[in-house]
Every structure is written in C-alpha cells, then in structure tokens.
Design a protein. Structure first.
Length: 292
C-alpha cells in the first residue's frame, strides 16, 4: 500500500510524462498537492475557464474542454456551485461536454469586446472562492496572447486574464506549454526549457500551478487527489471519457497539433490518453486510504 503523500507523488509523476516533448517538465519542483487537495475540498464556488483556439481552424482544440468539463462534473457531484467559462471558438465544445456530463452547470461565454468588464461582472455576481484555468491562453509580458509557435493570436480570443487578477479567489492554473493563463509562477522553467519560452510565457501567476503532458489529464488528476482525500472513487470510467471526447469532436473540436477533427488530443490517440487515466486509477487504488 502507498501512503497518501506517496500516492500524490506517483500521480504527479504519471501526469508529468511528456510525450509531445514540450520541454516544460525538466527540473520542476513538486506541486503542493496535499494543500491543493485541501483547498479544493473546501471550495464552495468554482469558476473553470478553458478554450484554446487553433490558428487557421476557427475553433478550439480538444485539449482543455474535456478536462474542464470533467472538473465541473466532479465538483458539481460534490455539491459545489460551479460555472464553466469560455469564449466563442470553444463554446460549442464546452457546451457539448457539459450537456453530456453535468447539464445543470452554466456556461458563460466571454465576448471579444468589453471582455474585462464582462469578467469583472461575472466575478462580482458569482463571487467564486476558486478560479481554475485549464488550457486557456494567458497574456505574455508583451501584452499579447501567443500560441506555442510564438504567433500572436489576440484576434482569436476574448481576454480572460481578469478572472485571475480581478478578485479574491484562490487560483489554480493547469497547462502543458507555459503560454496558458496562470503559468507565470513557472517562468524560469518555461524560459529555460520551452521553445519561444521567453516570449510566450503567460505573465500572471496562479496560487497553484499544475503541469502535465496534456492539460486534460489534470481533470483526472484532481479527481484522483480528491479520491484519496475523501476515500471515494471519483475517477471516471474509460467509456465515459470516450463519449466525452467524441462529443467535443462532434461539436467541432480539432486536435491542437494535427489540426484535424478527430478523437485525438495533442496527436495522442484515445487509447494513449486512457493509459494515463488507468495509471491514475491504479495509483489511487494502491493507497490504503483511497477508495472504499
């Protein structure tokens, strides 16, 4: 049997596999997963923001929306108040996943014009205790949003940076390349290891920063952490994940690497992704305090 701290470490090791060679994993310190699990158990109202548009496609990618919907479904099942947030390129993707897993969760679409005002209004009305950003572009120090190739993508997205800097909520950032909202706390590692890192690194830091080879994986990772903390199996079944990815693709989602509309994420097949989920399930089950 693994102790809970050792199980947490194993979960992080599984999620830090880097099949795409993004370059962000080398030398990263351990995340404070115990403290994060306690924070999320205590959360009352969560905003979960996602959606990364793909140049030349006019829609968002398959990395982000499934992870965000998994998180929303998880917290909704635990009796917490949850809202999903995205913008136009990823709206249909998020709504399709939401309709499948947690139809009672609202989805807010941030407009490209007056986005800061919209975000501040949302923070004021909902008053989140926690904001989670998963695979969502964040502005670099130059004031622009960038994709992984260093291209400016300002015209493709609404500005959701105010969700992290505009309130008193605890913030959690999830990313895989360094250009995602909230990843600023890892700037030295992003600049050292990621191509165009100095340019694309998101400026704003989150209170907790989580890195994985594919951002979606932390949707499962958080479920694994809370399974250990709460003594319940909160991880989804393989077939549910297949249906979720299919729903996102049917809604228009494209692979962010291949730019094809298919059931892959960052060029990894469904089966390759499910291997990560199974590894997390095994790690959670090996703890004596995991599931009952």
């Amino acid at each position: 049997m693994l102790s809970v701290p050792n199980a947490f470490a194993q979960i992080e090791d599984i999620l830090r596999r880097d099949p795409g060679g993004r370059g962000l994993m080398a030398g990263l310190p351990r995340a404070p997963l115990g403290a994060l699990a306690d924070e999320l158990c205590a959360a009352r109202r969560l905003l979960i923001v996602t959606g990364f548009p793909i140049t030349g496609c006019g829609v968002g990618e398959t990395d982000g929306p499934p992870g965000a919907v998994n998180l929303a479904a998880l917290f909704h099942s635990l009796g917490k108040d949850v809202r999903l947030v995205t913008d136009a390129p990823s709206l249909a993707l998020v709504e399709a996943g939401r309709d499948l897993l947690c139809p009672g969760v609202p989805v807010d679409c941030v407009p490209p014009a007056n986005s800061e005002e919209f975000c501040r209004g949302l923070l004021g009305r909902f008053d989140p205790t926690h904001v989670v950003a998963i695979e969502r572009p964040g502005k670099g120090r130059d004031g622009h949003f960038h994709n992984s190739r260093g291209e400016i993508i300002d015209g493709m997205i609404a500005d959701t940076d105010p969700l992290l800097r505009g309130g008193k909520a605890v913030s959690v950032a999830i990313g895989d390349g360094g250009n995602e909202l909230g990843m600023g706390a890892l700037r030295p590692y992003i600049e050292a290891g990621v191509p165009f890192g100095r340019l694309i690194c998101a400026d704003l830091p989150a209170d907790y920063t989580l890195v994985s080879g594919v951002s979606n994986w932390w949707g499962w990772g958080v479920a694994a952490l809370l399974s250990l903390r709460l003594g319940r199996d909160l991880l989804p079944a393989d077939d549910r994940e297949a249906r979720l990815l299919d729903a996102v693709v049917r809604a228009g989602g494209v692979d962010g690497v291949t730019r094809r509309r298919e059931c892959t994420v960052d060029s990894l097949t469904l089966e390759q992704n499910l291997e990560i989920l199974r590894g997390l399930r095994d790690a959670a089950a090996q703890s004596g305090e995991a599931t009952s």
